[in-house]
Design a protein around this ligand. Structure first.
Ligand code: ARG
Length: 270
């Protein structure tokens, strides 16, 4: 009987813990832009991509920081709303946008044709090339795409990203490792379980500083003129026009350059 009670207690306890965890919404972060604003606009992101977005403890509070968050704050300000950020795996973001769980998505997202069938994209707010992060000890060996496009080489990319497509296109012979979170891939590379990892250059630069033994291979992958854009629901022209205006203002005033510089410094831990 005693045993039965403890089993029931255990079941109730685990149920409560589960419910509490579900309610605490540890993947939702709020940013009060102005105390007088009463509404929120909600952005979806995947906070695994410093300096664009990554988790950080600020003043004892867990939050998400990054270039995209700073731009989103300006978008919220222009709308007269506070900002809510929902953090998910990268490959869930456009579904959440389409189903209306979030109002817009910022995640260093490249506006591809396939994605543009599902959502509408703003103008590009930040340009970057695609590079291969490798171990520094391999810098002389991995000097070309061909040197890694071999069945013995393991190349990684994020699930649902354009890097996963680039991996299939440029490294068809390599062993592909596709994971949901970029930091997991970077750790595998550092530990020698991967030979290369495709990411945007600013992200690679961050890892070169933050994880010892990593370098950027001396070639770029794919288009030299890629970039990131904000995604909104198809047909949401009002929000899109406002976002494009905010982007244009941030670029022409030089504020965007300042944001990028600050976030690069924040990510380098200085
Ligand atoms: N630019 C790439 C893409 O659009 C990768 C973006 C990854 N972003 C992230 N927050 N993990 O597919």
């Amino acid at each position: 009987m005693k045993k039965l009670f403890s089993i029931i207690a255990l079941v109730i306890m685990s149920f409560t813990t589960f419910t509490l965890a579900a309610c605490s919404s540890s993947n939702v972060f709020t940013y009060v832009i102005d105390e007088s604003f009463t509404e929120y606009i909600t952005m979806g992101t995947s906070a695994d991509y410093a300096p664009y977005e990554w988790p950080m403890n600020v003043g004892g509070k867990q939050t998400i920081v990054g270039i995209d968050i700073e731009i989103a704050k300006h978008i919220a300000q222009a709308l007269g709303k506070n900002l809510k950020v929902v953090n998910k795996s990268f490959d869930f973001l456009l579904d959440d946008l389409q189903s209306g769980k979030v109002d817009f998505v910022m995640a260093a997202m490249t506006p591809t044709e396939a994605r543009a069938q599902k959502v509408d994209f703003s103008n590009i707010y930040y340009e970057a090339t695609q590079v291969l992060l490798i171990q520094t000890i391999n810098l002389n060996i991995y000097s070309s795409i061909d040197s890694l496009n071999l069945s013995s080489k393991r190349v990684g990319a994020q699930m649902g990203s354009i890097q996963a497509d680039l991996l299939a296109e440029f490294f068809p012979n390599s062993q592909a490792t596709i994971l949901a979170a970029v930091p997991d891939l970077a750790l595998r590379l550092q530990q020698g379980q991967l030979d290369g990892l495709i990411v945007e250059k600013p992200v690679a630069d961050g890892y070169v500083i933050n994880l010892s033994g990593l370098s950027i291979a001396p070639f770029i992958i794919g288009e030299p003129d890629g970039g990131s854009a904000v995604a909104v629901q198809k047909g949401n022209q009002t929000l899109l026009a406002l976002i494009n205006q905010v982007i244009a203002d941030l670029i022409s005033s030089g504020t965007l350059d300042d944001i990028v510089a600050q976030m690069v410094i924040l990510n380098s831990g200085e």
